[in-house]
Ligand binder design. Structure first.
Ligand SMILES: COc1ccc2nc(C(=O)O)sc2c1
Length: 243
């Protein structure tokens, strides 16, 4: 997968080259290119924003600069790209989104700042046949799209074949079966007088699987009842029985 990020703060994306993702890049499983939006300005001040029509607080990112940048970055007809624009006004980014995007050959992320990007940039891209996804990573507002891109790229890249050491990790994620993951334990058996649950040390794999499922149901019911609702009435009954 090829990932391009256009931003006025390229250094914000440096964490993508660390640890697991950095190793995936080094191994050729992932290609990441970060572009400085100001490279497409032509004035001495490298202006990327201007006052909003209709008034109001803050500034809006100029369409001319974004248009030229995306013309260049998206100019790869042999490699169809999905343009992703993080915005508080976007559709929720979920694990299902991450799985869908993990099948893409290329993702291009446009990081807004200030009050966002002039709407015509997205209209123009869609008019040219480019798939444009406006997404939010949560019901809160960041200062810009860069942090949201870090979150989304990590969520997508870890699903790519070979990135995670153990492919079962992704298969057993929270949300992979619609439930939150239950508690995890490692050595020592007793720590500060707190013991690991006996069932996990007993070697009965069926009992361990049942215990883990019960803890996941219980935790999901307590913390994310909306996820249980999505799984139907049987899941809620199972969660109540698991407690
Ligand atoms: C101006 O660009 C922004 C500003 C806030 C923001 N908040 C996001 C979120 O997903 O919460 S994406 C995003 C992009």
């Amino acid at each position: 997968m090829r990932i391009d990020v256009v931003t006025i703060f390229p250094s914000y994306l440096q964490p993508l080259r660390e640890a697991l993702l950095g190793r995936a890049i080094d191994r050729g499983l992932l290609e990441v290119a970060v572009h400085d939006l100001r490279d497409w300005t032509h004035d001495v001040h490298q202006a990327v924003d201007d006052s909003p029509y209709g008034g109001g607080p803050g500034m809006v990112m100029r369409p001319q600069v974004w248009g030229e940048a995306l013309d260049d970055v998206l100019a790869t007809p042999d490699l169809p790209a999905r343009l992703v624009v993080p915005t508080p006004a976007g559709r929720p980014f979920t694990q299902a989104t991450a799985h869908a995007w993990a099948a893409e050959e290329r993702l291009v992320f446009a990081c807004g700042r200030y009050e966002g990007i002039d709407e015509r940039v997205l209209l123009d891209a869609r008019a040219r046949g480019i798939t444009v996804d406006e997404v939010s990573i949560g019901d809160y507002v960041l200062v810009g799209g860069e942090v949201a891109v870090l979150v989304m790229v990590e969520a997508v890249a870890r699903l790519l074949p070979g990135v995670l050491g153990n492919p079962r990790s992704a298969a057993e994620d929270s949300f992979s079966d619609g439930l939150l993951e239950g508690p995890s334990y490692t050595r020592p058996e007793v720590w500060r007088e707190l013991a690991v649950p006996d069932v996990l040390r007993g070697g009965n794999h069926a009992a361990i699987a049942r215990w883990r499922r019960d803890r996941a149901l219980e935790r999901t019911r307590d913390r994310r009842p909306d996820l249980l609702d999505a799984l139907g009435p049987d899941a809620l009954d199972a969660a109540d029985r698991a407690a």
